[in-house]
Design a protein around this ligand. Structure first.
Ligand code: ITT
Length: 195
């Protein structure tokens, strides 16, 4: 079975390949270099659908996309869908710097946050979505070299280090993206042959 992964984020491609490859060996995930649609939705779901629909229209093949980000409780769920450009540009270093500055005076017990990932799958006759939420809190400072985006400032629940300090296999077994992809894999295991 072939599925197009509608993302221009190389880190996502890597993580999705590692996670899905393990649970669905017969699946071939194709990259997507077609036009990048404007992500002007107002939720993770709307933006994931915009990206998956664009790839489906361009390739004619079943396509999926994720829209993801970090939702910080004391910021009312922001950066949320604006995570990729929170610092003013689509630069992870600037994004993390701004988030840490915004929380500079916030005590540890009020720094709750979650990584959220919504995946949309678009085929010729169906649209379906899956969501994973990875709870934790925002660290006081950056730590770790792995992962991408906000990983160096996100401490998952149950850990004392950031997601960027975890081995990639550990993050990829537990993360918001892993949770959403597990649901996608279960769906494909049943419906895949008919897509
Ligand atoms: P595509 O839209 O092309 O898929 P993107 O990077 O713009 O790529 P999003 O619009 O979904 O993707 O933005 C997600 C941002 O949220 C991403 O750039 C990171 O800053 C952050 N993010 C998402 N998942 C993350 C993860 O697993 N670890 C760290 N940061 C993450």
């Amino acid at each position: 079975m072939q599925l197009v992964l509608a993302t221009h984020n190389a880190h996502k491609v890597l993580e999705v390949g590692q996670i899905l490859g393990a649970s669905l060996p017969g699946l071939e995930v194709l990259g997507y270099d077609g036009p990048e649609p404007v992500e002007d939705g107002t939720s993770f779901l709307e933006n994931a659908l915009i990206k998956a629909r664009a790839a489906f229209q361009h390739t004619g093949l079943p396509s999926f996309a994720d829209d993801s980000g970090i939702a910080v409780e004391i910021l009312g769920g922001s950066p949320g869908i604006f995570s990729a450009g929170w610092g003013g540009t689509r630069d992870s270093v600037a994004n993390r710097r701004l988030l840490l500055a915004q929380l500079a005076d916030v005590r540890p017990e009020h720094r709750a946050a979650s990584f959220v990932c919504t995946i949309a799958l678009v085929t010729a006759d169906s649209e379906i979505s899956f969501t994973g939420i990875w709870p934790g809190y925002v660290a006081a400072q950056e730590q770790g070299e792995h992962g991408f985006g906000y990983d160096p400032v996100f401490i998952p629940e149950g850990f004392e280090c950031t997601a960027a300090a975890l081995e990639p296999e550990v993050k990829n077994a537990l993360s918001h993206r892993a949770m959403a992809l597990e649901q996608l894999a279960s769906y494909l295991a049943v419906a895949g042959a008919e897509l």
